[in-house]
Ligand binder design. Structure first.
Ligand code: HEM
Ligand code: NAG
Ligand code: NAG
Ligand code: NAG
Ligand code: NAG
Length: 477
């Protein structure tokens, strides 16, 4: 009964909202069915990797700015370099970073994605104090250890592996170890189970009825929250017994104090942001490493150049010595290949903002409280920005100034640009270093396509045949 009433209310407010605005110049386009709008069409197109075509069709039909309804809210879709700049750099009194209802309910309303102004700055500064290069430097060894363990357990002695699930496993383990200091064991495995259930609902229509995707994910989310809360409690006890404040992210966050010697973040903020980082920090980089391995299998010239760079670094070091910050700085070509991979297969399809007041944009009205939808692919595949956009060409990134601002946006831009950039760079480079030196691999499925779920998924999860390489002088590997 309550649900029917809610839906009824929703209908009423939805139509009311439309009527109130109808006198002004809204962008063209239809809002579709209430609540569901075009969400299912978009999700279906993403699965088939035709979402860009779907958007291009919209652009042909309605022009560069159009309205639609996604995940329960009226939305304006805009694209292009100017649109990106507008989304990423507008004042926080005009545009807020509110995510869709599903994301907000699953991760929590005190996570960075939901905060703006002073709150955003305070929480972001706290996270960045851990994620900035100077402090990540001291964690390279820990990442390396996870990667070596991973190879030993999942690659060594195998003839075939499926790359995507393995990379998710690896990046999740790295996150657990670095950010939470959570060692392997029952609790990690429990967390993984709930966590996977939770993220499946991130791009779901927020209808909370039994058996909906959203409902299952909400349940899982509250389990994750409980586990993370327990972890925070334990970390606080450890810290009080003179533990090392730099041990992991949670401990770091607990030890940051404000002027009055109080904890800088509330417990709720710590829990919600830990959940955000679990999602933001493992789903994305696992996709990058997976597609990088596919590029390396498909293109012998690029493979040879990356191998040469990595072997050069390995040979320049004493036997068994761990990788250093300086070694990573030398992996310039490898990182360009990664950037080109991010351009062509951006893990993040796009994102949402919310208008805090009526905004005039491109001659149209974006009404207060509407969502704004931005998309990476539309500039990444624009031939005026990246000539021959379908060609894989890492040399595009040799000259950084030749890539115009706000057009290469796999990490977003402006004050909310992804703070995990360095983290992702380190784990990607270290993984590629060990994998390319120790193995060669061949694709078992010739299919080069992918679908979105909403993260890109290569056909079959990318099964490959692997062969150990003859290491000769590199016995330490
Ligand atoms: C290849 C890997 C990654 C990609 C492609 C990526 C991409 C992005 C994008 C597109 C955004 C949204 C920007 C916006 O809405 O304007 C973002 C935000 C964020 N990312 Fe990443 N990310 C990656 C890795 C990571 C890692 C490893 C972490 C943490 C360890 C992380 C933590 C975050 C956080 C906390 C935010 C929110 C920032 C804010 O709202 O101020 N990301 N990322
Ligand atoms: C990784 O794989 C191991 C062994 O196959 C499994 O026990 C563990 O739960 C997996 N972890 C993740 C994060 O998927
Ligand atoms: C899932 O739906 C049922 C039935 O409407 C509801 O009782 C339950 O609270 C929902 N679960 C969550 C986590 O919201
Ligand atoms: C971008 O769109 C094109 C089609 O318009 C598609 O072939 C390509 O795979 C897309 N890339 C990403 C990152 O989704
Ligand atoms: C880099 O690109 C910019 C802009 O396209 C150009 O003006 C400059 O000459 C280029 N520099 C090099 C070293 O190629």
């Amino acid at each position: 009964m309550k649900i029917l009433f809610t839906i009824f209310l929703f209908f009423i407010s939805f139509f009311f909202l439309l009527r109130r605005r109808s006198s002004k110049r809204l962008p063209p386009g239809s809002l579709g069915l209430p609540i569901i709008g075009q969400s299912l069409t978009l999700l279906r197109a993403m699965k088939a990797n035709t979402a860009e075509k779907w958007l291009e069709e919209r652009i042909r039909k309605y022009g560069p700015i159009s309205k639609l309804s996604l995940f329960g809210k009226p939305t304006v879709f805009i694209y292009g370099q100017a649109a990106n700049k507008f989304v990423f750099t507008s004042d926080s009194s005009i545009i807020a970073n509110q995510q869709t209802k599903s994301i907000r309910m699953l991760l929590g309303d005190r996570c960075l994605l939901e905060l703006s102004g002073e709150d955003h700055k305070r929480v972001r500064d706290a996270l960045v104090s851990f994620l900035k290069p100077e402090s990540l430097k001291q964690y390279i060894g820990k990442m390396e250890e996870e990667i070596r363990l991973h190879i030993e357990k999942h690659w060594q002695g195998k003839q075939e592996v499926t790359v995507l699930p393995l990379m998710k496993n690896l990046t999740f383990n790295i996150i657990c170890s670095l950010l939470f200091g959570l060692e392997r064991g029952i609790r990690r495995d429990q967390l993984v189970g709930y966590f996977q259930e939770m993220i499946e609902g991130m791009w779901s229509v927020p209808i909370n009825l039994p058996f909906t995707r959203y409902n299952r994910s909400l349940k899982a989310s509250s389990q994750v929250r409980k586990l993370v809360k327990d972890l925070v409690f334990e970390k606080r006890m450890e810290l009080e017994q003179q533990g090392d404040p730099h041990k992991d992210l949670i401990t770091c966050l607990l030890s940051i104090r404000n002027g009055k010697n109080q904890e800088m973040l509330t417990e709720e903020e710590i829990v919600h942001n830990v959940m955000l980082i679990m999602v933001a920090g493992h789903d994305t980089s696992s996709i990058l490493i997976t597609f990088l391995l596919r590029v390396l299998a498909n293109d012998p010239a690029i493979h040879a150049a990356v191998l040469k760079e990595q072997e050069g670094i390995a040979k320049s070091k004493p036997a068994g010595a761990p990788l250093t910050w300086e070694d990573l700085a030398k992996m310039k070509y490898t990182w360009r290949v990664a950037m080109e991979t991010l351009r062509m297969v951006s893990p993040v399809f796009g994102g949402f903002r919310k208008a805090l007041k009526d905004i005039e944009y491109g001659g149209y009205l974006i009404p207060k409280d509407w969502q704004i939808f931005w998309v990476t692919n539309m500039t990444h595949m624009d031939e005026n920005i990246f000539p021959e956009p379908s060609k894989f060409d890492p040399t595009r990134f040799e000259n950084q100034t030749s890539v115009p601002p706000y057009s290469f946006i796999p990490f977003g831009g402006g004050p909310r640009i992804c703070p995990g950039y360095e983290f992702a760079r380190i784990e990607t480079l270290v993984s590629i270093h060990y994998l390319i030196i120790r193995f060669t691999w061949k694709l078992l499925l010739p299919d080069n396509s992918f679908g979105r779920d909403p993260m890109p998924v290569p056909a079959g999860g990318l099964p490959v045949k692997i062969m150990p390489r003859n290491l000769d002088s590199l016995t330490v590997y």
